[in-house]
Design a protein around this ligand. Structure first.
Ligand code: NDP
Ligand code: 8X3
Length: 258
């Protein structure tokens, strides 16, 4: 595996779930981190925990960022530079969400817009923001967190599945655009991972969220972090296109929420 010591890793959505677990894994490998999310108190908490556990590493840079905010994304490279990270080696586009399980004929505009802006627009903008410098430097790895919902569709998932199909299409086209450069582009497509994902989807309703993971042993955030680490530690001639994973007993389904 590649030695990632000293590599600079930018992770969106690092306040919880997969993003937070990924921050821990990269810290274990000696990487320098920039962690983003809207809940700045959780970013500070994670930063303090990482500083305590890895005193030899530079403290993670915390960026309170709503990825729907295009102006803030445009300012991010300068912000990171001022904070001591002039270059990003690995960009993990992880921030994302599903809102509700409405039928396609009942989708609400606000939910559609939030999912599109967070799951799709932000990924495209972050790649356009950090990609050029990666290309100039001849070094970089873009990891987009997609989903099995980017490979299949289910009742109640019209908007969310559409966003993750878009992430897959964008990831593949990005790989084509950057072919012939050393930049690697990877999608990670998890099945059911027990994080805050379902709580967010069901507006904070814990019992509805728990039902999603009934009768299966779900994946955990660390399982997906391991996949991200696997993809980014392959030798430089190896480009992992996508890692699709399910919980072992997860049924590949079209009627999950009907
Ligand atoms: P969590 O809800 O646990 O974490 C989501 C993270 O995304 C949080 O850190 C949250 O931070 C961040 N986020 C959400 N909206 C924004 C925003 N507008 N700006 C910045 N950050 C944002 O869910 P997961 O860890 O499970 O989800 C991570 C990714 O994995 C998502 O892209 C999701 O679609 C994908 N995924 C999840 C699966 C699952 O079953 N859990 C399966 C397949 C894919 P904050 O709220 O602080 O802004
Ligand atoms: C989250 C997993 O299958 O519930 O992307 O949509 S799923």
């Amino acid at each position: 595996p590649l030695d990632l010591r000293g590599c600079c890793v930018l992770i969106t959505g690092a306040t919880a779930g997969i993003g937070r677990a990924t921050a821990w894994r990269y810290a274990e490998l000696g990487c320098k981190l920039a962690i983003c999310g809207r809940r700045s108190e959780l970013l500070e908490e994670l930063k303090n925990q990482l500083v305590e556990k890895f005193p030899g590493l530079p403290a993670p840079i915390t960026v309170a960022l709503d990825v729907q905010d295009c102006d803030k994304i445009a300012k991010l490279p300068d912000q990171l530079k001022d904070a001591g990270m002039p270059d990003v080696d690995i960009l993990v586009n992880n921030a994302g969400l599903a809102l509700g399980v409405a039928s396609a004929i009942e989708n609400e505009l606000a939910n559609i817009q939030t999912m599109l802006a967070t799951n799709v627009q932000a990924v495209m903008l972050l790649v356009a923001t950090f990609g050029p410098k990666m290309k100039d430097r001849g070094q970089g790895h873009i990891v987009n967190i997609s989903s099995v919902a980017g490979h299949e569709c289910y009742v109640g998932g019209s908007a969310y599945c559409a966003t993750k199909h878009a992430v897959n299409a964008f990831t593949i086209a990005t790989r084509h655009d950057l072919a012939g450069t050393p930049i690697r582009v990877t999608a990670i497509s998890p099945g059911m991972v027990e994080t805050d994902f379902s709580k967010v989807r069901f507006g904070g309703d814990d019992s509805k969220a728990a039902k999603v993971y009934e009768n299966i042993v779900p994946l955990v955030a660390e399982d997906i972090a391991d996949q991200i680490i696997y993809a980014t530690t392959r030798p430089r001639h190896v480009q992992i296109a996508d890692i699709i994973s399910y919980a072992t007993n997860q049924v590949v389904r079209s009627h999950q929420y009907s």
